[in-house]
Design a protein around this ligand. Sequence first.
Ligand SMILES: CC(C)(COP(=O)(O)OP(=O)(O)OC[C@H]1O[C@@H](n2cnc3c(N)ncnc32)[C@H](O)[C@@H]1OP(=O)(O)O)[C@@H](O)C(=O)NCCC(=O)NCCS
Length: 176
Amino acid sequence: MAFELRELAVPEDKKIYEMAREIGPGENGFVNSLYTAGYSKFLNLLPVLRDYSSGIDLPPGHVPQTLYFLYADGRPVGYGKLRHRLTDSLLVTGGHIGYCIRPTARRRGYGTALLSGLLGKASELGIDRVLLTCEEGNEGSRRVIENNGGRLAELDNRYCRYWIGLSNVQAAAGRD
Ligand SMILES: CC(C)(COP(=O)(O)OP(=O)(O)OC[C@H]1O[C@@H](n2cnc3c(N)ncnc32)[C@H](O)[C@@H]1OP(=O)(O)O)[C@@H](O)C(=O)NCCC(=O)NCCS
């Protein structure tokens, strides 16, 4: 299986639009930022999301955020959002990273692979400790985090807060 993690581009592959439609508005606290009423609205959204990654015209209280798509053998199977830093609100829920795998591709290891790739991107941004939050009952997401070395730090109001240290990711990236 060949995996590729690719940053959102303008213009974008129409397969990404189809994936976003399949995902729908989002679930378990994950908001599908690419969910639009139609293709023309999707096309208009792309430069806006691209600007957010550079910190341009961010909504109030938001921090720069970059979207990455996971492709498996040429098919987009999911995507993640990497927030470049935390806010007081993201410290409570949201954390640095949110992710989703399209319903027709779940339970094949893609969620675990996607988070692994996103941790690499977080490390490239200089983040040394990543916060992930998820609902207590979201077994799939908890397994994805734990598969990537996440340690449960707190369980509070049915919300789990996990931290993953990235020194190993940085060390691995530095190896030949
Ligand atoms: C959570 C999610 C990303 C998991 O993606 P995935 O591709 O199915 O994950 P994986 O295939 O890598 O599975 C990882 C582990 O979780 C387990 N798992 C996955 N979904 C599960 C579920 N619904 N119930 C119980 N276990 C589940 C898998 O069996 C696997 O276990 P293992 O590591 O012991 O083999 C996906 O279900 C999803 O997109 N959900 C909706 C959005 C969401 O919840 N995002 C996270 C918000 S915090």
